[in-house]
Design a protein around this ligand. Structure first.
Ligand code: ADP
Ligand code: MG
Length: 984
């Protein structure tokens, strides 16, 4: 077997270092085989930490320089390494530290690996300074190798024939992992083929093994075979137990992990439940808060809305109150005024009534340019004009005084005139019929007084202007409808000055009701403002038939009559009135004798005279209170019928010239006017004035009632305001409390949010923890599964192997027992023979007492070959069975000697068969004890605490411990000091 032998048989403890079946430990260096097959099998041989080596000669060896390694450092020694074999220099270098080897590009298949070691650093020990594991293809191949402990310093050691398979990737990795200190390796040799131990039949000598290096059959006795197999079986069983323990340990760890995971899960569940509760609380709180906020918002908006409404209402009420108060004060003031003015009014009424309803104002025009230049004598005197007295100088010194309602000097302007005329004019708005006309000689200023000029407007325009103003002022109580028509009476014919085209038939005056005349077909223009009035007046003025004469080129020979109809509706009383205002610019009143006209002009003059005479007649009739008033004598009086007399008011401007030349006409006009002024109309004229006062009087209780109502309203409003203020205050308080509530809720929400954040953080932590636990658990499960798989595989493999082996062994035992039976029978026969002989000799002894020693010696010699032939098993059987018999027979000395001789024999055989290959035989002394330990072990293992067992495994000195416990006898037999070191 050469160098292929293992030293494990010598030191059974080395078995525990080897984790892979088929591998062995050899306490010497590399020895090259002579066989070429062996050379060919070497695929790679690297000198770890050293150079390339080559030895030529009989057995050629090639060792490559250090490569294929990853990591680590190089160690070298100059000291010689003992038992270095053929390549001692390999062991002088080493790779040490944290490293591994990876051999690539190997063809897939089975290989075996030899590892070469030598302790070249810790040369003085102590043991256990460097303990490491070797993994091949991640499988532990060598467990806790301490080179110094096995061979000492500077001595070679080999771990041989570690089987390994290269996969498709062609990689074989050898990994070194330190248990104590750093691992080292001096060389690695990879050989092709698996190092299998092949059992071959060897005939009657029992079975033998093939050397894993040279494949030479190794002859083994049955006992050796059995021992070898038992050793393997025990190794596997040990591994299985270790794996089981590891598995149990992992299961325990898994269980612990699972328990902690369960606990964590429970905690997590609890936290989740708590969180759910919190979430729910938060959610409900949030919902409640949302509802509250919504409610609050609604209340706020409602409050705001109400507040605005109330504020507006209060403002409105205050405003109304103010208005009412001011109105009230105004009314009281007015009422007081009214009450105060009542006596004055009464006096005025009396005065007016005494005056009559026709007033005559005399107006004298200034001298015109012509008159002024000829220095004429003025025949009028205005000394007492203020009192309505006008002096006219008749024939130089004779002065006649005329009395009128008002006398205007040439200096008096249009405003002065209108100021006095306006009350009469505006009484049309109070429902009176009014007639204002200008009478006088042509050129005395009738048109000037009535129409005026654009810059200096007369009574017509001013009257209408004032009417609109008053109507505007009274619009709250009375609504007015004002329409205007402009007529001309020329040659006793009525003409419509506003008509755009001449009428188809002559305009006639019709009486529509008692005292009311109307001219059908006359344009009645409704006017809204004074501008429209002006346009209408202009239209009428332009359309007026104008003639010329030698007295005044611009004088008109027709009567221009503006009729303003006022329809009034009292909005308080509902009373409606319709009244007329006639503004008449009469034609010149000069006498015919003075005019120098013929034909058409004469006719005009006659018509004018006629109408003016008719006017005089009417006025006279009214003055004399005649039963018949000749209104119809002329168109003029006919038209003015409803405005002359009765309840109407009349104002006459008598226009005079200051010139001496016009004295006659002036006196004539003044006389006419005086006659008119003397007319006293009926009580109707009084009625018009008292109506106003009565109206005021009537209005007074109404106003007082209104005042009272207003007072009540004000009181109610004040009460309302007070109630509103109270409500507002309560609303404000409510809003304040709601706002406080909102702030509280907001704070609560903030707190809850913080709590949520906290819980979320905690949850995430627990999640992480759980995840970690799950991962750990998962990895444990994976490991357990792997281990279980491996265990199963190994169990399967080992059970198959051990079954087969057991069967074989049983067969062998059977055979042996048969042999033993035969031997026993033979021996019994021999014993019988010997007994017979003995009996025969005993008979003779009596005769030869001095002879026994030689005979016994001779017998002992005879028995020797027999015992040599018997195998140890049969010898033991013999010892245990036959020796008892022999002892019983008092053969103690002989048997003791026999036992001694057996030992001697065994020793001798040991010496004879001593060689490297006999390792299996060397196992024998212990092998027979193994079954005992193997039988007792499982029961022990069963009662062993798995966790403790695993704990021992995982600790440094454990494998030795487990090894020693697995082989108690062996520990006793081996060096006790070594056991102690290994335990460290
Ligand atoms: P009648 O209409 O009576 O024929 P007018 O009105 O045409 O008279 O007046 C004749 C002239 O006398 C006009 O030029 C007018 O401007 C002027 N006149 C008349 N009265 C006055 C007066 N009070 N102040 C100034 N001028 C006057
Ligand atoms: Mg005129």
């Amino acid at each position: 077997m050469g160098d292929g032998g293992s030293d494990t048989g010598e030191d059974p403890m080395l078995d525990s270092l080897i984790c892979v079946a088929g591998s062995s430990i050899k306490k010497s260096g590399f020895i090259a085989s002579h066989s070429t097959d062996e050379r060919e099998r070497r695929v790679i041989f690297v000198n770890a930490g050293g150079e390339e080596l080559r030895r030529q000669g009989h057995s050629e060896i090639e060792v490559e320089a250090d490569r294929f390694f990853q990591g680590g450092d190089v160690l070298r020694t100059d000291e010689e390494v003992a038992d270095g074999g053929d390549l001692p220099s390999i062991y002088q270098s080493a790779r040490y530290g944290n490293f591994c080897y990876e051999f690539r590009d190997l063809p897939p298949g089975d290989y075996s690996v030899d590892l070469h070691f030598a302790e070249i650093v810790y040369t003085n020990g102590p043991r256990g300074m460097r303990v490491f594991n070797v993994f091949i293809q991640d499988e532990k191949a060598v467990s806790e190798l301490d080179v110094y402990s096995i061979v000492g310093a500077n001595r070679a050691l080999q771990v041989m024939n570690i089987p390994v398979s290269a996969g498709k990737d062609g990689v074989v990795s050898v990994n070194f992992q330190g248990v104590v200190g750093s691992p080292t390796v001096s060389g690695i040799c990879i050989k092709q083929g698996a190092p299998e131990l092949q059992l071959v039949s060897s005939g009657r000598d029992g079975k033998s093994l093939l050397c894993d290096n040279c494949f030479a059959p190794v002859k083994l006795t049955a006992a050796e075979n059995k021992a070898a197999r038992m050793s393997f079986t025990a190794k596997y069983e040990r591994e299985i137990r270790e794996l089981k323990a590891q598995c149990q340990m992992k299961q325990d760890e898994c269980y612990e992990a699972w328990m902690s995971l369960t606990a964590a899960n429970q905690e997590l569940e609890k936290v989740r439940a708590e969180l759910d509760v919190k979430f729910f609380q938060n959610f409900t709180l949030g919902q409640a808060m949302e509802k509250e906020t919504e409610k609050m918002a609604k209340i706020s908006s409602k409050y705001e809305h109400d507040r605005r409404l109330w504020v507006a209402a209060i403002d409105e009420l205050e405003r109304k109150m103010k208005a009412i108060k001011s109105e009230h004060s105004q009314l009281s003031f007015e009422a007081h005024q009214c009450a105060n003015s009542i006596p004055g009014l009464n006096q005025m009424v009396t005065a007016v009534q005494s005056l009559g309803n026709i007033r005559v104002f005399c107006r004298c025009r200034p001298l015109n340019m012509e008159e002024a230049s000829s220095r004429p004598q003025t025949v009028v005197e205005f000394t007492d004009a203020k009192d309505g007295d006008l002096g006219v100088l008749m024939n130089g010194s004779n002065k006649k005084i005329y009395k009128f309602d008002r006398v205007y000097t040439p200096k008096d302007d249009q405003c002065d005139v209108f100021e006095d005329a306006s009350p009469v004019a505006t009484s049309v708005l109070d429902g009176y019929n009014v007639c204002i006309f200008a009478y006088g000689q042509t050129g005395t200023g009738k048109t000037f007084t009535m129409e005026g000029t654009e810059q200096n407007r007369g009574v017509n325009y001013r009257t209408l202007e004032l009417l609109f103003k008053i109507a505007e002022d009274r619009k709250k109580t009375i609504s007015y409808d004002i329409s205007v028509s402009v007529l001309e009476v020329y040659n006793e014919q009525v003409r419509d000055l506003l008509a755009s085209s001449p009428p188809a038939k002559r305009l006639e005056i019709k009486q529509v009701s008692e005292g009311v005349n109307h001219v059908p077909g006359v344009v009645d223009m409704k006017v809204e403002n004074v501008d429209e009035v002006w346009n209408i007046l202009q239209t009428g003025s332009n359309a007026r038939a104008v003639g010329s004469n030698n007295v005044n080129g611009h004088s008109s020979r027709s009567h221009c009559m503006i009729c303003t109809v006022v329809r009034a509706k009292n909005l308080v009383t509902g009373e409606c009135t319709r009244s007329k205002l006639w503004l008449v610019d009469l034609a010149g009143s000069e006498r015919l004798a003075k005019t120098d006209v013929q034909g058409e002009r004469l006719k005009e003059a006659q018509s004018i005279n006629k109408s003016l005479s008719a006017l005089g007649d009417v006025i006279s009739a009214l003055a004399t209170k005649s039963s018949h008033i000749p209104y119809r004598n002329s168109k003029l009086t006919h038209l003015l019928q409803d405005s002359l007399g009765g309840d109407s008011k009349t104002l006459m401007f008598v226009q005079i010239s200051p010139s001496e030349h016009d004295l006659g006409e002036t006196v004539s006009s003044l006389n006419f006017a005086t006659r008119v002024r003397g007319v006293e109309l009926g009580p109707a004229k009084k009625q018009s004035d008292t109506t106003e006062i009565q109206k005021l009087k009537l209005m007074l209780p109404f106003c007082l009632c209104q005042l009272k109502c207003k007072d009540d309203t004000i009181r109610k409003l004040e009460e309302n305001v007070q109630a509103l203020e109270g409500k507002t205050k309560s609303k404000e308080q409510f809003s304040k409390s709601q706002q406080d509530k909102i702030i509280d809720l907001e704070n609560q929400v903030e707190l809850k949010a913080e709590l949520c954040g906290h819980l979320e953080k905690r949850l995430s932590q627990v999640y992480e923890k759980m995840q970690r636990k799950e991962e750990a658990c998962y990895s444990f499960q994976q490991k357990v599964k792997e281990l279980e798989d491996r265990l199963q595989e190994q169990e399967q493999a080992s059970s198959i192997n051990s079954k087969a082996k057991t069967r074989e062994l049983e067969d062998a035992v059977k055979e042996k027992s048969q042999q033993f039976q035969r031997h026993t029978e033979m021996l019994q026969k021999q014993i019988k023979m010997l007994e017979e002989e003995l009996e025969a000799k005993q008979g003779r002894e009596y005769m030869y007492i001095s002879e026994p020693t030689d005979t016994f010696q001779a017998r002992k010699v005879e028995a020797k070959p027999l015992k040599i032939e018997a195998d140890p098993f049969s010898l033991r059987s013999l010892n245990s069975t036959s020796s008892g018999t022999l002892l019983n027979r008092g053969e103690q000395s002989i048997l003791l000697k026999g036992t001694d001789s057996l030992r001697a024999l065994r020793h001798k055989r040991d010496l004879q068969s001593k060689g490297p290959e006999n390792n299996l035989f060397l196992v024998t002394p212990t092998a027979h004890k193994k079954p005992i330990s193997a039988e007792s072990e499982p029961s022990k293992a069963r009662h062993l605490d798995p966790s403790r067992a695993f704990a021992r495994i995982s600790r440094g000195g454990k494998p030795v411990g487990s090894g020693s416990s697995a082989f108690p006898n062996r520990v006793k037999e081996s060096d006790s000091s070594r056991v102690k070191i290994w335990l460290r």
